[in-house]
Design a protein around this ligand. Structure first.
Ligand code: TXA
Ligand code: MG
Length: 323
């Protein structure tokens, strides 16, 4: 339980909110669409805190919020279509999913391990001022507990998250009230992934072309909100491993020492002292690291199903699923 502060929409409130974000804390803030639950997108532990506060059972990729088109272009690769949409609708309620740039600093956890990234430059003046002061990309899903409705006032945020986040910056009601429109610009035709605050027709008018709809052809979402393009390692993933076979890569959790560990190809621990927030923060980068060793199988120790463990196990089960 933390003391959640309500911060006023003035210079002192903004400075305080930015300092909390820079220190890895959680601050809910207004955008023109809904209130977002913000954390430093470059800090995986801070991002893990978002999932913990929301009690999200899986790690959906999050939108990173930026204060300018220039800052967004340092995080993602913008093709001609993405550039046109950014110029037409930013700042505003549009999110662009683009390939990750080489200079991207957004954590693997915020991207759910994907090679693409969701970026948005919000129009709300307070959000803009906060992003400018924080000086880094801020990951922010809607500031509600998982499964509840999105908040459009600071009171809604407190109703759901009081005692679970550091602060809420009170900027009055959010005017749009629905989340941003999400468009993927990943090389093929631009695709509408989520309808939202900018109408499809307005986007199509700017592009002079119709948007494709839904997930990519051939990609069957495993569960609502899950994209088939979610990161899956090349290696087979074996769960609840209490022993390691020779040549397997081992992904450990807690102070365990499975038999056969000496003959492992590589060993990485999600958290030696069994801290689920630390484990969440390391999950995707650890899978990548072990995959890069060329091991045929990644054997994973059991992870408890409590707290963030539910989301960690959800991702691990998806990584282990038959492909
Ligand atoms: O209006 C909004 O967009 C609000 C405010 C706070 O800005 N934010 C918001 O964020 O709705 P969030 O994190 O709840 O939305 C994330 C959604 C995911 O569910 C996923 O559908 C999509 O964005 N997304 C994020 N990264 C993606 C990626 N790399 N590829 C495809 N979809 C992605
Ligand atoms: Mg939401």
């Amino acid at each position: 339980m933390v003391q959640t502060q309500r911060l006023a929409a003035d210079a002192a409130g903004l400075a305080h909110a930015a300092a909390i974000l820079q220190g890895g804390g959680l601050v809910a803030f207004p955008t023109e669409t809904v209130y977002g639950l913000g954390a430093d997108a470059t800090n995986a532990e801070a991002v893990a805190g978002i999932y913990a506060a929301k009690e999200r059972p899986s790690f959906n990729p999050l939108i990173a919020h930026l204060d300018s088109i220039g800052a967004a272009e340092a995080q993602g690769e913008f093709d001609e279509t993405a550039r046109r949409l950014a110029r037409a609708f930013w700042p505003g309620p549009l999110t662009l999913v683009v390939p990750v740039a080489k200079t991207c600093t957004i954590s693997d956890l915020a991207r759910a391990g994907l090679d693409s990234v969701a970026l948005r430059v919000p129009a709300h003046l307070l959000a803009h001022a906060l992003l400018e002061k924080a000086g880094r990309p801020i990951a922010a899903p809607s500031a509600n507990r998982s499964g509840r409705v999105s908040p459009t006032e600071a009171d809604h945020v407190l109703g759901d998250l009081d005692g679970r986040i550091d602060a809420v910056l009170d900027g009055g009601p959010a005017l749009v009230g629905v989340e941003s429109t999400i468009v993927a610009c990943l090389g093929g035709a631009p695709r509408l992934l989520r309808p939202g605050g900018v109408a499809r027709e307005a986007i199509e008018a700017v592009l002079g072309q119709a948007l494709e709809s839904g997930a990519e052809p051939g990609a069957s979402p495993v569960a609502p909100g899950m994209l088939a393009s979610h990161y899956a390692p090349r290696a087979r993933v074996r769960l609840n491993a209490s022993a390691i076979e020779p040549g397997e890569a081992a992904l450990l959790f807690g102070p365990v020492r499975p038999s056969g560990i000496e003959a492992a190809r590589a060993v990485v621990s999600l958290s030696e002292n069994g801290d689920l927030t630390e484990a969440a923060a390391r999950l995707f980068s650890s899978l990548r690291q072990l995959d890069a060793t060329g091991a045929g199988t990644i054997a994973v120790s059991p992870v408890p199903e409590t707290g963030l463990g539910e989301a960690i196990n959800d991702r691990l089960r998806r990584a282990a699923a038959e492909r």
